[in-house]
Design a protein around this ligand. Structure first.
Ligand code: GUN
Length: 284
């Protein structure tokens, strides 16, 4: 018996479900389309975008990547977004971040049609998540965290969830998602005092702080479920925010890095594109 949560296995199940949904939508004359826009050639972004294109093609989407030079203007990028908003074959539209410094990221995100916002970053979707609107497009990593727990049949209702990290992309959206599932939720961050005493209360501990192997065994309550959202590079190796070997001796279940939350984030983007295609065709 292993206590490792296999994100690759669960993500593969989700991709298989998406593949079947694509077949159903195609039989109704709808081919889900995902367009990714990348500005410049940030090496990390180039890899992420390549993966997104590959995933989209594998499940049968119409997949397109638009590459724009680093020195483009904000005005030009907004024009591209406007055209894609109007293109009925594009159901999901994602602008890869980070953008060059001379471009206002929030302005760009706000220009995306919220029904095509498969990243779930638009304030309309963020607000819908807060009020528990089922038609919200939920940001992929937090959605992936919840999906992991649900696929493992791990109880969320009534549990004490502690989230370490308060980013707009992970920490903050996890709060309404866990509340919706009737958990008690605490968020900690770099200014929290006596972090260890807080994380030790957690039945479910989610860590998203971007600090390699920061959470050691002494931060974890025996029997807790530990979800590591971190992706760091340490001596050429991918590491999480949790010291896996240590925490695994204390946790009842734990996600590895790589192979935990990462593949789930990729799978949730595909699920969001299906959701977007349905929203735009009033299938839901
Ligand atoms: N850059 C790193 N992660 C992400 C993501 O999830 N979405 C976008 N748009 N850019 C990213």
């Amino acid at each position: 018996m292993t206590n490792i949560i296999d994100g690759n296995r669960i993500a593969a199940q989700i991709r298989a479900e998406v593949f079947r949904e694509v077949e159903t939508l195609k039989s109704k004359g709808i081919t889900p389309g995902l367009t990714v826009v990348i500005v410049g050639e940030n090496p990390g972004s180039v890899v992420y975008v390549k993966n997104k294109e590959k995933d989209a093609k594998e499940v049968g989407f119409k997949s397109e990547v638009i590459r724009i030079p680093q020195d483009t203007t904000q005005e030009y990028l907004l024009k591209v977004i406007d055209q894609l908003n109007k293109d009925e074959t594009v159901h999901g539209l994602l602008i890869q971040l980070p953008l060059p410094k001379h471009i206002d990221e929030l302005k760009v995100i706000e220009a995306i049609n919220p029904q095509k916002d498969v990243d779930g970053f638009h304030p309309v979707n963020v607000g819908k998540v807060v009020i528990g609107d089922k038609r919200a497009l939920v940001s992929c990593t937090p959605a992936g965290v919840i999906a992991l727990l649900e696929h493992e049949n791990l109880e969320i209702a009534g549990k004490e969830v502690v989230i370490v990290g308060r980013s707009n992309i992970v920490g903050k959206p996890l709060v309404p998602l866990f509340l919706q599932k009737n958990a008690t939720v605490t968020v900690c961050h770099s200014k929290s005092q006596d972090l260890r005493s807080i994380t030790k209360r957690a039945d479910i501990l989610v860590v998203a702080i971007g600090k390699s192997r920061f959470i050691t065994a002494d931060y974890v309550k025996p029997g807790a479920v530990v979800i590591d959202v971190g992706i760091n590079r340490l001596d050429g190796k991918l590491t999480g925010d949790v010291d896996f070997l240590e925490a695994a001796t204390v946790a009842s279940k734990i996600t590895p890095v790589p192979g935990g939350v990462g593949p789930m984030t990729r799978a949730m983007l595909l699920k969001n594109t299906i959701q977007a295609a349905k929203l735009q065709n009033e299938v839901i």
